[in-house]
Design a protein around this ligand. Sequence first.
Ligand code: SF4
Length: 659
Amino acid sequence: MEEVINPIQLEGGYCNSLTQYSRFLTREVKIGNIPMGGLNPIRIQSMTTTDTMDTLGTVEQTIRMVESGCDYVRITAPSIKEAENLANIKKELRARGYQVPLIADIHFTPNAAESAARIVEKVRVNPGNYADKKKFEDLAYTADAYQAELDRIYKKFTPLVKICKEYGTAMRIGTNHGSLSDRIMSHYGDTPRGMVESAMEFIRMCEAQNFYNLCISMKASNTQVMVQAYRLLVETMVKEGMNYPLHLGVTEAGDGEDGRIKSAVGIGTLLADGLGDTIRVSLTEDPEFEAPVAKALADRYEKSENLKVEIESGTNLSNFNFKHLTYSPYQYTRRITNPVQQIGGHFHPVVMVDVTGQNLKDPYFLNQLGYNYSAALDKYNLSDLACDLVYLGDELPSFSFPGNLKQLYNYNTWLNLKDKHNCYPLLNEREFAKAELKDEVLNFVSINAEEFNNSIIQQFNNSTVVILETVAENGMQNQRAFFVALQQQDIKVPVIIKRTYRDVSPDQLMLNAASDLGALFTDGFGDGIWIDAPTNIGLPLVNSTSFGILQATRTRISKTEYISCPSCGRTLFDLQETTQYIRSKTDHLKGIKIAIMGCIVNGPGEMADADYGYVGTGPGKITLYRGKEVVKKNVNTPAALDELIEIIKEDGNWIEKAI
Ligand code: SF4
């Protein structure tokens, strides 16, 4: 029976509330013995990397994934033989006492899907690859030709839907930014709207056959595109009376710190607004490392009551109107500000780090922040991760700081400095309102998003930069509300967003900060970032996390970006080893994006987001891309990296690595 959902008033068009955590209620979908959506916990899942024909290897990896926290395990089925082998994998798992629901990952092969749907609890189909045309040609479709294509797909897709209905198998309609069909591309381009329409077409076909056991995903490696696509999907579904559960993920997020930060930016941004029923974090690491990251992200929203607090009534924030947004949640536009001393305006967001409590007699401590001191030359060499500002509170260093590193002092200490060159005051609201003496060009004022006095806003001038703090656990919503308040009053002061974390592990700091701050930068808010971390977390992690968040939100590029897939049973080379090898030779190419893909499933479309692509096309064979264009086909693996470097050199993008 079709479930009719009540008309919902969504704030910003895509979520229950912009001012508190409120989970968007989706319909419950049955997936084996572990239902998803509705009031169920946010489910965790991952995907095996073994060859699907290796039954025991896949079973053992699946068990490791379950032990690490996976509720569901996905296994690739590139052809009918792998689809059929899912029966052996399932049998062996059940014999060992594991009831974990299995998901078959299908791309180009309807017959594999139809076979798998009789065996496993869920199938994933990619609408761009399932019985659809994708020759990456710029085709113009007439309305009739477009409809004829849809009719053709409907015929090809119908048998799978019937099998799913008969066997009680769930389905994920999993759109990928990189693999949209020619038909969709011809009408919408590779846009979030195109991704949504790609899924909606398949949803409508399912509903035409009264099949509702669905969940939906909108994955992209670009976090802005991914976030916008999910929001647009919810808005579109609700308009059409649908509320299917959402599977969240950032594709090809990479590995290590970068992969975790990028995943948290995309997934955490959506979770904070109550969207998401299951999570897959895609890391180029062994799959059992993914579930703990996904679980940490989900737990934060499921377990903390403090996140569910509304903006307090009677405060300044509660007076502002969030029904009429001053920004678009579907399109990135940076908030317009008037620059102050290279902060705000068109300048990239700055990074600020608290250095109180450090050894301020030793210039070498700045090495941790990207300023490598040479005693012989008495000079600093800057790395690409050199922070822009440091906060010293009331502590005075006994050596000269690098010329381009701005120093912030508490107001009274700043007043007494003999040499104020490159030193600026940080004032609280009261000091800011009363101070007779301020710096001529740059003053920082600390504002609490929950408690600020609106009259202070009217005193901002062309030397003011706001440090926006919050004491609330749901501080992202409060800080976002503050930005809306500024926009509603047409106040163009630059704002550095500060978040304070206590009692967190290094991993939690990275994930929480990436979720909280990433959500704001993704919507175009913020001219700087300040992560205030406990002292047990070293400066290098605080600094690299700050730069990592800016890179993941694409607001400041400071390093090479690797769009590497997590690998699966389709993988044609060792992804982890290859990624490390490519990284070792290219990690000095700031701003270059290199895609490293185990196969071409996600297509040249994914390469559109990268400058260069290194893609497995057969055993021992690599195809090299410049953007979406194939430059060298089927290069032998040992020569592939050198060939890639040659292409980068031809484009004038190569620089030699400093030793
Ligand atoms: S791109 Fe990577 S993870 Fe995706 S299907 Fe190919 S090998 Fe598997």
